[in-house]
Structures are given as C-alpha cells and as structure tokens.
Design a binder for this molecule. Structure first.
Ligand SMILES: Cc1cc2nc3c(=O)[nH]c(=O)nc-3n(C[C@H](O)[C@H](O)[C@H](O)COP(=O)(O)OP(=O)(O)OC[C@H]3O[C@@H](n4cnc5c(N)ncnc54)[C@H](O)[C@@H]3O)c2cc1C
Length: 462
C-alpha cells in the first residue's frame, strides 16, 4: 500500500516536473522573430546569450524601448552600477521593433487641472527632444522626423468634441490645432475625414534604428546586454533570484533590483496576470510610391496620422516614400497567448482596401511586408510606471496601449530617477503609479474581449 503510494507520488512528481519544464520551453518558443519592414531594412548584430551565473545591481528584463532606455538612464546616472539586460529573443523583437512608426505626445483624456495637463504633455515633448539629441550626439540616424502628427476624425458627430478638446488644450497652453475637412484634405491628401486635430509635437521614426540607437547608448555607458536569454522565473526578496535560460542551460542571476520591461509579455513572467492583456495587431508597408503616385496623392504635409475609430487606422509616409499602415483588426487568445493564430493575408487585404478608400489614387498598389505585433493593453488604457514589491526593488514601466514609442523611452528615464530617489516630474502627472484595474480571469476574459472586438469592428463600419 505504502509502496504504491510512494510510486504514485514519485510518478506524479515526475509528470508534474516534465509538464512544468515543457510549459517553460513552449513559453520560450513563443517569442517569434521580428519580420517587420523595420527589421528587414536595418540589420543589427546579435549579442551573445548569457553563459554564466551572475550577481548584478540591476537586471533588466526585456530589450525593447523601456528596457534599453532604463538601462541607458540608470547607467548614465549611476556609472558604478553593474547593469545587465536580458532579452528573450533579439533586441526589438517585441512591439518596439514592429510598431507603426508614429511618435506621439502624451495627451491626457482626463485631467484634474490645466497645469497637470500641460505638465504631462511637456514632459513627453522633452523626451522627443532627448531622443533627437541622443541621435545627434551619437551621430546615428534613426529617421526621426518631428513635424507633428494628426488625429483624424472619422465621424461627423465627433467634430464638436474634438473642437472642444483643442480649445481646452489651448487654454492649458498646449499648441494643438483643429483642422476642418478642407484643411485636413489639403494637408493629408485624403477626404475620408471630417477634420483633424494637429499636434505639432510628434512625428515618426524608424523602429529598429531607434533600437540600435538606444542599444549603443546603453552599451557606451557600460551596460551588458544578453540576447536569446529569456528570464523564465524570478523570486522576490532583498536579493532577487532570476533563472535565465540560455545556450540550452539554466543560469542563476542574483540582482539587487530588477526592471520589468516586458510590456505585453509580462503575464508570462507570472506577474500582473490579470492586469495586462496581450493583444495582437498587424501592420503593413507598401512598395515605394512612384513620383507620379506621390504627386496625385497630395499628402503635402507628409504628416503621420491615426484616426478616431476604435480600432484606429494609422499611417506613416516613410522617407523612402512607402506608406506604413496598420489598424482595423485585433486578436486576443486564451490565457494571454503570444502565438499569432490569425489569417494575416486576410488582414492584409482588409488594410489594403482601407488604404485605397483613403487614397483611391493608390488602386493597384501592393504591400511588400505585413507583420504581427503584440500590444500591452489594460482596461483603463493607461500606462503605468513605478516600483513594487516588499523590498521596493521591482521597477516597471508597462501597458502603453499602443501609444508607447515615446512614452516607453520616457518611462526608462522615470525608472532611473525613481531608483536614484531623484525627481523626474512624471511623479506630478495624473497617471504616475497608476493602479491598473483588474481584468476578469478566463474564460470571461477570452469570451468578453472577443465579443467586444467583434462589436468594435461592427461599430467602426457603421
Ligand atoms: C503593431 C504595433 C503597432 C504600434 N504602433 C505604435 C505607434 O505607431 N506609435 C506608438 O507610440 N506606439 C505604437 N505601438 C506601441 C509601442 O510599440 C509599444 O508601446 C512600445 O514599443 C513598448 O515598448 P516596450 O519596451 O515596453 O515593450 P516591447 O518592445 O514589447 O519589449 C518587451 C521585450 O521584452 C522581451 N521579453 C518578454 N518576456 C521576456 C522574458 N521573460 N525574458 C526576457 N525578455 C523578455 C520581449 O521579447 C520584448 O523584446 C505599437 C505596437 C504594436 C504591437
């Protein structure tokens, strides 16, 4: 009796352990290669994977903009710290290397007073200036164009609301402009929209060139970056113990502090499972437009724009005259699934149709690249940055809800200031340390989100 009980216990332990290990393996395999236009047009050398146990001051998990910017700012402000970055795949293989190319300011939807509204906006504008100056200082071009961007108005009923928002922003000292239908057509070339809100601060960037800029900046300050080195688990404590899988082995890392910079992937680390939901969305880029196509297009300002639909379309005209377009579709999978299972050619056809609706002159144009990326989304659509854990040594910058190119880089700076006990300014903004709302568990999350997405798609068409 006792023997069979022992046998049963041992075999269940073995089964449990192998299931656990195979789950980890599957998790690691879910990090897909970056097949975006940005990755194809900027190759980067890949750093070696971790090959030894380590003791460090700060371990940064995730090699996107949040992780690399945190690394750079932390090292710049604390030259003696031993700082490492662990990237599961290659740098920028998350959203930072796959996005739509728009650089956006932080405009609050809700705010308590004009001062915080303006303050938050100004901090985000300062961050754009920082990126620009870093690119200049390191003499590394990342196609950063900061002539502004537009939010275009898809429904006539929304015009009044946009006009009021622009007025309120102007009262707070934020230099937004409201453009009517005519001016919007003159500037953007399309007459699909009833008007636009123009923000002179913002623009566009080459996603992977920006990754390379931040990587170089961080390494110049002494940060060591490991690629193909996923953190498979960590345990809290005064000393945080991380397990890193690399070179088909498991390494132990002890860190006094960590930075969680895993955005959409965060729940797979075992934290914030019910607060951040990964949502898959797709982007495509056309072949380069001919001069004749450009002339008929009349996108005179070349300003990037996104529209006011729920599953907003976003467009960027690149320096080599291609149109990057995304939006109109999102997918989410059971248990925060990271593997894209949608039909990308169907989505691509839908985006191409939409592009031709915006610019009928482009009928017959083709996409050269189409790819999927994963957004970190939350219930309240608010990004959050701060420090958590009993020992206050787990820093995080997360949940940009699709507006994170500029903000994630700024949050890296906020994290460095928090670490050093220095004042950044974001502490005074409305969303500092934002407590994210809980997302219901499965099966409610899967069923609920898919129902919402279907409804949104329907609503965007009516
Ligand atoms: C398709 C798409 C279009 C977008 N368009 C725009 C846009 O036009 N403008 C805009 O402002 N924002 C846009 N965004 C959002 C923006 O790209 C993101 O908010 C921003 O890049 C987030 O950066 P991040 O570093 O926090 O996350 P990520 O870039 O996703 O980086 C997280 C990194 O962590 C790594 N990682 C995950 N788990 C582990 C682990 N366990 N161990 C080690 N590494 C790990 C991942 O591989 C990844 O490289 C878009 C996003 C997507 C997906």
């Amino acid at each position: 009796m006792k023997k069979s009980f022992l046998f049963l216990s041992i075999s269940s332990l073995v089964i449990f352990a192998s299931l656990f290990l195979s789950c980890q393996k599957v998790y690691i395999e879910k990090f897909s290669d970056n097949d975006s236009y940005w990755a194809k047009t900027k190759t980067m050398s890949v750093n070696p994977a971790l090959n030894t146990d380590l003791k460090v001051d700060v371990a940064i998990i995730g090699g996107g903009y949040t992780g690399l910017s945190s690394a750079y700012h932390l090292a710049k402000m604390n030259p003696d710290l031993k700082i490492v970055v662990f990237e599961a795949k290659t740098l920028g293989s998350g959203a930072s290397g796959r996005h739509g190319g728009m650089v956006l300011s932080s405009l609050l939807d809700e705010y308590s007073d004009n001062e915080t509204f303006k303050w938050t906006y100004d901090l985000s504008v300062n961050n754009m200036k920082f990126i620009d100056s870093l690119s200049e200082a390191l003499n590394m071009e990342c196609n950063l164009v900061l002539n502004g961007y537009c939010e275009t108005i898809f429904r006539e009923d929304d015009v009044k609301e946009y006009k009021e928002y622009v007025q309120e922003a102007n009262q707070a000292g934020i230099p937004l402009e409201f453009w009517d239908k005519q001016k919007t057509k003159e500037k953007l070339g399309t007459d699909l929209y009833y008007g636009a809100m123009y923000d002179p601060n913002g623009g566009s960037v080459h996603a992977v060139k920006l990754i390379k800029l931040l990587k170089t900046a961080a390494e110049n300050e002494g940060v060591v970056i490991y690629e193909n080195s996923p953190v498979v688990s960590f345990s809290e404590g005064e000393i945080i113990k991380l397990s890193v899988e690399a070179n088909e082995r498991n390494f132990k890392v002890e860190a006094n502090n960590i930075v969680v910079a895993t955005n959409a992937y965060t729940s797979k680390l075992g934290i914030l499972k019910n607060k951040i939901m990964p949502v898959h969305t797709q982007v495509a880029v056309t072949e380069p437009l001919t001069q004749a196509q450009l002339d008929t297009l009349n996108w005179e300002s070349r300003l990037p724009f996104y529209d006011s639909r729920i599953m907003l379309f976003h467009l960027v005209l690149t320096p080599d005259n291609r149109i990057v377009v995304g939006g109109g579709n999102v997918d989410t999978y059971w248990n925060n699934g990271l593997e894209y299972k949608g039909n990308i050619s169907r989505v691509s056809d839908m985006m191409l149709d939409e592009l031709v609706i915006m610019f009928p002159e482009l009928k017959g144009i083709k996409f050269e690249y189409v790819w999927n990326g994963i957004l970190g989304t939350t219930f309240d659509e608010v990004a959050t940055v701060g420090v958590m854990g009993d020992n206050k040594n787990i820093y995080y910058g997360l949940a940009y809800n699709g507006h994170g190119v500029n903000q994630s880089i700024m949050f890296g700076n906020v994290i460095a200031h928090l670490y050093g006990g220095k004042y950044h300014g974001w502490e005074d903004s409305e969303n500092y340390g934002y407590e994210l709302s809980k997302i219901p568990p499965e099966p409610f999350k899967f069923i609920g989100s898919n129902m919402f997405f279907k409804y949104w798609k329907w609503k965007d068409r009516h």
